[in-house]
Design a protein around this ligand. Structure first.
Ligand code: DX5
Ligand code: ZN
Length: 219
């Protein structure tokens, strides 16, 4: 089943709660929450207090994408404010295996994210330990960037790697996804689709409905 993970980075923060309700009622599976620290990536987005306050008003699965240097320092905090899935960047961890283990100990699902230029090799010895790989299809840090087409080959290669290793992982893709290119991403092997701009611009519920109609062709 293909899942949709709307990224609240593109939401209107003045009415964030209302927009999350729309996302939930329209049937999105995850809420993608982009945390940026101004160090690992140039931008600063938001952190624990925002997540804690939206947690009280929705049952959506919180898919927390940490664009944070040495995220191991904050894992308990993100668990405490309501993260269900914690995704870390392989490039931002000094000790990737240790960071993965800690997320599992906290009882969260683990995702590992790779930037566009990061090869899949870094996953070779951890792929069977994790629940999801997040393939970045833009350089992390900002919404609204253009999709990098080389990502499609990387998704295919990851799919092959996972089957060679017998790893049952979700393949999430994030950055520059729209209704025009989402089918290419799904055909390449992705099953969790992140999108900010294409969901929060215009009619949120209608956008989600259109994505779900596309997904039906692949279920
Ligand atoms: C980028 C973030 C993305 C971003 C996607 O660093 O990780 O989740 O919100 O936004 P769009 O869909 O606008 O590219
Ligand atoms: Zn993201």
């Amino acid at each position: 089943m293909i899942k949709l993970a709307p990224s609240i980075l593109a939401a209107d923060f003045n009415i964030l709660g209302e927009q999350i309700n729309l996302v939930e009622n329209a049937g999105a599976e995850y809420l993608h929450i982009d945390v940026m620290d101004g160090n690992y990536v140039p931008s600063i987005s938001f952190g624990m207090p925002v997540i804690a306050s939206i947690r009280k008003h929705t049952k959506l699965i919180f898919d927390v994408h940490l664009m944070v240097e040495e995220p191991i320092r904050y894992l308990e905090d993100f668990k405490e404010v309501g993260a269900d899935i914690i995704t870390i960047h392989a490039e931002a961890c000094k000790h990737l295996h240790k960071t993965i283990t800690k997320i599992k100990e906290l009882g969260c699902k683990v995702g590992v994210s790779l930037n566009p230029s990061t090869p899949l090799d870094v996953l070779e010895y951890v792929l069977n330990e994790i629940d999801m790989v997040l393939i970045m299809s833009v350089n992390p840090g900002f919404g609204g960037q253009a999709f990098i087409p080389e990502t499609l080959l990387k998704i295919k290669d990851l799919k092959e790697m996972a089957s060679r290793k017998g790893a049952s992982i979700d393949i999430q893709v994030d950055g520059g996804i729209s209704m025009d290119n989402v089918e290419d991403v799904i055909s390449a092997g992705a099953n969790v689709i992140v999108s900010g701009t294409s969901i929060f611009s215009g009619d949120i519920q209608d956008n989600i409905k259109k994505y779900k109609e596309i997904f039906k062709k692949y279920s």
